[in-house]
Structure formats: structure tokens, C-alpha cells
Write a protein that binds this ligand. Structure first.
Ligand code: 5GP
Ligand code: MN
Length: 356
């Protein structure tokens, strides 16, 4: 169980690594949902700057609840109410409302893919104003901030947890629910390439595909389409990437950055930079990769990845963020060099000792 299969050593989270929801947790979540009155208002929230797992698990779960007769329901996320272009084909987008319009005091709030309260931004007060709070997540660093927490660090995506709960509630998967959950699953497994891609992940994918959804169309839309301006912007950002072979105890560190003026020059929205890390992390000579993305003049969204030699969630947590062992992030302040300096300062202590 705990940590099995992975290299020995670094544990950053308070709860034992790998421990999923208990039977009592599942029962409590089920009774919250089964106990809703016919007119109950349900608010679904996913994390700021939502990705495919955040939006896909939230909307898929929302469509599932709707099929059970829940009719007063909103889905939302903090920050600008902008859905990244690749996710604008998701079913269930009609559930979305801007954060400012979200029910102030719903009977139930359900949070998706958010490891901590800070990921809920200005919507964090709903944890107090709602009648009950349910958390669905898969981050090992999750702080269990709900009244009921379904947190499974072994799950490849939050959508895995969402589908399990839908199944317990007796929801029959249709193509719309399945498309949302499939986008979430493929996003967080890197299209079934990452270590978390277990037999159970493929079995879930099989159940989703059996509803008739079209994986080729979905993948092209979500992963393989970007504006020409973004292609050129990626070229520039990759052109200034730096490789530091001695960093991270000799495992190597590669990083680059993109600023607001880069986005403006190429006429691009910030979300196009989410995919940049996938080109940087290919670097053979580095275990750790990083992209520093400017969000305001003095703030940067930092993405960190490791190939398995460094616990980057430890780096991210030390710098105020969170995530998974090999995919994490945080918000950095100051100049790019200052942000990268702080990362360098954490890399050595996050190196995972080689297993004997
Ligand atoms: P990404 O680099 O794709 O934005 O994020 C990688 C992982 O790190 C995701 O699991 C994401 O939830 C987490 N993450 C990214 N940025 C932050 C942050 O600022 N705070 C926390 N707590 N987690 C983050
Ligand atoms: Mn996720």
C-alpha cells in the first residue's frame, strides 16, 4: 500500500501516502447526496485555472446528478470565468456560472480536484456558508478540508473518484457524462502514458468508450489543436530554455519562461501555455523540468515535473503550492530569476534516494 511501487523516502503529506477513502467516507458521501431534498441547491466548484480533470470531473459528475433529478445545480470556479478553448466542447457547460453568480449559501457544495482551500480562491467561503461540504480529489497533499472527504491519492484522476461515486448512486453512464470523464482521465494520465495508468484506468476508459464517444475527435480537440500564434510562441519559449545538468544532485534541471508581453505579441490567452511543459519535460538530460508563466506583472504560475528522481510536490509545498510527487506547481513572486533561484534552493532536498 503506502508508497509501494515507488522509490523509498520522501513523504510530504500528513495523511499516509496511498490511503484512499474508507467505507465510512463512501457511505457519508452517498448519504449526503441521497439525503438532498427535491429543491436543494447544489454548488459544484473546481480549482482555479481549471484543467481537463477539474472541469471534466466536475461537469461529468454534475450531469450524473442531473440524471438523478437534481435540478437546482450550478458549477463554477474561482477567478476569470474563462473556459480554455480546448475544453469548450465539453458537455455540461450549461451548468457553468461565473463565480460571482454562484449560490451564496447552497445546501451542498462539492469540490473537485482541489488539493487545498487556497485552490478555491474567492469561493472558499462556501465551505462555511454551505449546509455541507464534500471534497472529491486525488492529490496526496490534499488537506481534507471538507466535512466529508473522498480523497484517493492512488486514483489517476479526480474523475476516477467521481465515477466511483456516480456508480454507487446508481447513475448510468451516457455519452455526455462519459466524454467529460474521459477528457479528465486522459488529461491526468497524459493520454495513458503516466505511471498511474493501471489496469483499472483502462477498464474505466473501456466503460466510457462503450457509450459511443469518439476518442480521436476528443483528443484532437483537447490536446492536438492550438492557434498558429501559440505554435510560434512555443518556439520562442523553447528557444530560451536553459539546461542545468548539475542541479538536483546531478539529475539535471531544465526550465524556461513566458511573459505577458510574449502572450500579447502573439495574441494568445494564458491557457495556451499549459501545454508548454510537455515539450520542455522531453529533455533527456534533465529529471526536473519547469515552466514559469507570468500571470500578473509580479506573479508567476510555476509548473514542475519530474521523471521520478525528485519529489517536486515537496519543492512546490515548500514554496507555497502543492500537487503530486512528479507533477506540482506554485505561485511565485518577483522576477523569473528570483523564482527559479528559489526552486534551485529546494531541489537538492527533494531528491529521492535511489532504491537499493
Ligand atoms: P500544472 O503544472 O499542470 O498547473 O499543475 C500540476 C499539479 O500541481 C496539479 O496537480 C495542480 O493541481 C498542482 N498545482 C499547480 N499549481 C498549484 C498551486 O499554485 N497550488 C497548489 N496547491 N497546487 C498547484
Ligand atoms: Mn487532477
Amino acid at each position: 500500500m503506502s508508497g509501494s511501487g515507488g522509490p523509498a523516502g520522501v513523504v510530504v503529506e500528513a495523511a499516509p501516502a496511498g490511503s484512499g477513502p474508507t467505507p465510512d467516507d463512501w457511505a457519508a458521501a452517498e448519504s449526503l447526496l441521497r439525503g438532498l431534498s427535491a429543491d436543494a441547491r447544489v454548488l459544484l466548484i473546481c480549482h482555479v485555472n481549471p484543467d481537463g480533470d477539474a472541469l471534466g470531473s466536475m461537469l461529468g459528475f454534475g450531469l450524473g446528478l442531473r440524471s438523478l433529478g437534481v435540478h437546482r445545480m450550478q458549477a463554477t470556479f474561482p477567478g476569470p470565468p474563462e473556459v480554455p478553448e480546448p475544453l469548450r466542447g465539453l458537455p455540461g457547460l450549461d451548468l457553468l456560472v461565473p463565480a460571482i453568480e454562484a449560490y451564496p449559501d447552497p445546501e451542498l457544495v462539492i469540490c473537485f480536484d482541489a488539493a487545498s482551500e487556497s485552490r478555491l480562491g474567492e469561493l472558499v467561503d462556501r465551505l462555511d456558508t454551505a449546509g455541507a461540504a464534500l471534497v472529491l480529489d486525488h492529490h496526496a497533499s490534499n488537506t481534507r478540508f471538507g466535512g466529508v472527504n473522498l480523497v484517493d491519492p492512488r486514483a489517476a484522476a479526480t474523475s476516477v473518484v467521481a465515477e466511483q461515486l456516480l456508480s454507487r448512486l446508481g447513475v448510468v453512464l451516457d455519452a455526455e457524462i462519459a466524454e467529460c470523464l474521459y477528457v479528465a482521465l486522459t488529461t491526468d494520465t497524459g493520454s495513458f502514458r503516466f505511471e498511474a495508468t493501471t489496469p483499472a484506468v483502462h477498464q474505466l476508459a473501456a466503460r466510457l468508450l462503450a457509450t459511443g464517444i469518439r476518442p480521436g475527435d476528443i483528443s484532437r480537440r483537447v490536446f492536438d489543436t492550438r492557434p498558429f500564434g501559440a505554435v510560434r510562441l512555443f518556439g520562442e519559449a523553447l528557444g530560451r530554455a536553459r539546461l542545468e545538468p548539475a542541479a538536483a544532485g546531478g539529475r539535471g534541471f531544465v526550465w524556461t519562461w513566458a511573459g505577458l508581453d510574449d502572450l500579447a505579441r502573439h495574441g494568445q490567452r494564458p491557457y495556451v501555455l499549459e501545454a508548454l511543459i510537455d515539450s520542455v519535460r522531453c529533455t533527456a538530460e534533465a529529471d526536473v523540468s519547469c515552466v514559469v508563466k507570468q500571470t500578473t506583472p509580479a506573479e508567476w504560475a510555476v509548473s514542475l515535473r519530474s521523471k521520478g528522481g525528485v519529489d517536486v510536490s515537496r519543492v512546490a509545498v515548500a514554496l507555497g503550492g502543492g500537487g503530486h510527487r512528479f507533477a506540482a506547481g506554485f505561485t511565485g513572486r518577483g522576477t523569473v530569476e528570483e523564482v527559479v533561484d528559489r526552486i534551485r534552493g529546494q531541489l537538492d532536498t527533494a531528491v529521492i534516494p535511489a532504491a537499493d
